[in-house]
Design a protein around this ligand. Structure first.
Ligand SMILES: [Zn+2]
Length: 91
């Protein structure tokens, strides 16, 4: 590795850290905006988490945050309601 490559490596490392920080900031903003809501169906205080399977009150995507502010449903309940009833059938 020559000097030029090493400098670029250090630069990439720095921008990686910045991206991680921005991701954490976005994550925090999501948490704050979601926590202001209580789901109209399951009555849980909403929280942002990308883990699966989803739990009542959970919102896991940007679309879910928008849906929550429009309909007042957490993404977990929204999925339950909008899922076709025969989705798991093997016919
Ligand atoms: Zn819910």
């Amino acid at each position: 590795m020559d000097h030029k490559e090493r400098r670029e490596d250090a630069y990439n490392q720095q921008s990686m850290d910045e991206q991680r920080f921005e991701a954490l900031e976005r994550e925090y903003e999501r948490q704050q905006s979601v926590k202001q809501h209580v789901c109209a169906v399951c009555s849980n205080t909403c929280f942002f988490d990308t883990a699966k399977p989803t739990r009542p009150g959970q919102v896991y995507s940007e679309a879910g945050i928008r849906e929550l502010s429009i309909s007042g449903l957490c993404e977990h309940c929204f999925d339950e309601i909008t899922r076709p009833p025969d989705e798991d059938d093997d016919e």
